[in-house]
Design a protein around this ligand. Structure first.
Ligand SMILES: Nc1ncnc2c1ncn2[C@@H]1O[C@H](COP(=O)(O)OP(=O)(O)O)[C@@H](O)[C@H]1O
Ligand SMILES: [Mg+2]
Length: 549
């Protein structure tokens, strides 16, 4: 075996023998490769990726803390497994390129760099037929550093490992063993293997389940027929998928013709990416448990969920198209799917954990998604506004109108609730038939001014005939809670007198209408109300809805 040269030998080779071979230093490099940007969860996800690429449909993970505080992680799969040659290749830093470009290969490094980011010693144990013996190879970082050689260990498969292989893989498949997991937890515990450390491990277990539930949701969801279904177990517990788009209750905003993005590559071939813009229900429209279990609305959770070959490679944020730290857009989640053919078009990065958009594509996406982006904001704020305006009280105006006896009003002879019409005396004459909503037995608190959830034609207000009994009707006014004037202006009129002033103005309009209408003029009055309401809406467009914060 050739030994690794020390610094003096390299210098002498360079100057005396004119050699330009400059091999990397094994000890430095194998340790340096621990810090390539993995955390525990992303490292695990890379190992799981390899299993899915090996056609496994059963992946079992076991995280083990011994009583003396040693930590092990086992990944077993029932994929196609490996023979001895395959295993040697798998363990090489820079394994052969895969034939299948769909898999999430990273220059043949993933298995090694993901493993060593968490532990100092890792083994791969595998067999590809039920009858072959288990083959095992091990990298031990401290051994490599010590002898300063890229030398693997050729240890026996232990009895325990045979058992674990049986349990996690079955007949054929691959078992990855992470031993000496010095980076599984973020600190060392005073009492190794004790309660505190156990709790920390349990926390990792539960977070890992959450991570897998999201990253592999399309594989874990048996209803998703586009991808093979796999099961993932962590410490015996099955991972249930979490679909971040919560399609049962969310609304997909893009018209179907826009969800399929055709992208032409330089070689002339065309491939599609898929995009959907989901607006989730507002947390105020959900039970607490529904939000915490299914929707999980959060500020960080807004934005793109980028799937490559069905697996999420990045989520959260708008890839520079918009800022991503504003809770007003937290209802928006964008589903973005592409396959390996588009790797180049989206400049998938080395780690295949991010994509970069070229400026034209960024512009296109911005245009495409803007309506959904704006609507997400509206829905968030409208809901907030409703909670603000639910504090608007019309009691004072009702009292004022009740107590004011000399207002000019129609005299109602007969009001028919079912027909929505009445016979009145007004400026048009006696026994004039007017068409107007009629309400009986109205709560005295909202007898004259009543804010309603919506008025069908979108007007801000509408007159009606109101009575606390079923006779002696008088003019009342309905005010449309959904109109911008209500959500934006009323809601801000915090001083009671302002609300009352607005109420009285609208009631006075209603009374004037009743006094000057008949069956024919009704339409003119309606037009006027609609026009006023629509102009108000336009005028208020640039004014932000208030938020409850
Ligand atoms: N669970 C597994 N089952 C079968 N083969 C595997 C498994 N994990 C890794 N391999 C093999 O090891 C090789 C190296 O894996 P890895 O270091 O992750 O690099 P990459 O994924 O870029 O190919 C893979 O190409 C594959 O052939
Ligand atoms: Mg890999």
């Amino acid at each position: 075996m050739s030994h690794s040269k020390d610094n003096n030998e390299i210098l002498s080779d360079y100057y005396v023998n004119k050699s330009r071979i400059n091999n990397p230093d094994p000890a430095r490099l194998i340790h340096g490769l621990r810090d390539t940007g993995y955390d525990f969860y992303t490292a695990c996800a890379d190992i799981i990726d390899n299993s899915i690429s090996a056609n496994a449909d059963n992946i079992k993970i076991k995280i083990d803390l011994t009583i003396d505080g040693r930590k092990f992680v086992y990944f077993g799969d029932n994929g196609h497994g490996m023979d001895e040659d395959d295993l040697l290749n798998a363990m090489r830093y820079g394994a052969e390129a895969r034939e299948n470009l769909a898999s999430l290969g990273k220059f043949g490094l993933g298995l090694k760099t993901a493993s060593s980011s968490v532990c100092l010693k890792y083994s791969v144990i595998s067999r590809n037929t039920p009858n072959s013996v288990l083959k095992k190879l091990t990298w031990d970082l401290e051994h490599v550093a010590q002898i300063n050689q890229w030398e693997m260990l050729d240890e026996e498969v232990t009895e325990n490992e045979v058992e674990v292989f049986d349990e996690l893989c079955g007949k054929v498949g691959t078992l990855i063993v992470w031993a000496r997991c010095d980076r599984l937890l973020s600190k060392a515990y005073d009492n190794p293997g004790g309660t505190k450390e156990k709790n920390a491990i349990n926390y990792r277990v539960s977070k890992l389940k959450d991570h897998c539930a999201l990253i592999f949701h399309k594989f874990l969801n048996p209803e998703d027929k586009e991808y093979t279904t796999v099961t993932i177990l962590v410490n015996g517990e099955k991972v249930t998928y979490w679909n971040p788009f919560y399609p049962q209750r969310s609304e997909q905003m893009l018209p179907p013709k826009f969800t399929d993005m055709k992208i032409q590559l330089e070689d002339g071939s065309t491939h599609s990416a898929r995009i959907k813009a989901w607006i989730l229900p507002h947390s105020k429209d959900m039970k607490k448990e529904e939000n915490s279990e299914f929707a999980k609305i959060s500020n960080r959770g807004q934005g793109f969920y980028i799937h490559r070959e069905g697996r999420i490679i990045h989520y959260g944020g708008y890839m520079g198209i918009w800022r991503a730290d504003d809770p007003h857009w937290s209802l928006l989640r964008i589903e973005f799917d592409f396959n390996h053919h588009l790797d180049e078009a989206f400049s998938v990065d080395v780690k295949k954990s991010r994509i970069t958009l070229d400026p034209a594509l960024e512009e296109g996406l911005k245009k495409l998604l803007s309506p959904a982006y704006n609507e997400a904001n509206n829905r968030y704020r409208r809901k907030q506004a409703v909670s603000v305006i639910s504090g608007v009280s019309h009691n004072d105006s009702n009292r004022t109108i009740t107590e004011t006896e000399n207002t000019a009003q129609v005299k109602v002879e007969d009001a028919d609730k079912n027909k929505g019409e009445a016979l009145v005396s007004n400026n048009k004459g006696h026994r004039i038939k007017i068409i107007t909503p009629v309400e009986n037995n109205v709560d005295p608190e909202s007898l004259y001014v009543n804010a309603v959830d919506e008025i069908t034609n979108g007007s801000l207000w509408e007159p009606f005939l109101t009575s606390a009994t079923d006779s002696h009707h008088e003019t009342g006014v309905h005010i449309n809670k959904k109109h911008d004037f209500y959500t934006k202006v009323y809601s801000q009129a915090t001083k009671n007198l302002s609300v009352e002033g607005l109420d009285l103005l609208l009631w006075a309009f209603a009374a004037a209408e009743h006094k000057n209408t008949d069956e024919e003029l009704k339409y003119m009055w309606e037009d006027i109300r609609e026009e006023v309401s629509s102009n108000l809406r336009k005028l208020l467009r640039s004014i932000d809805l208030p938020s409850s914060e």
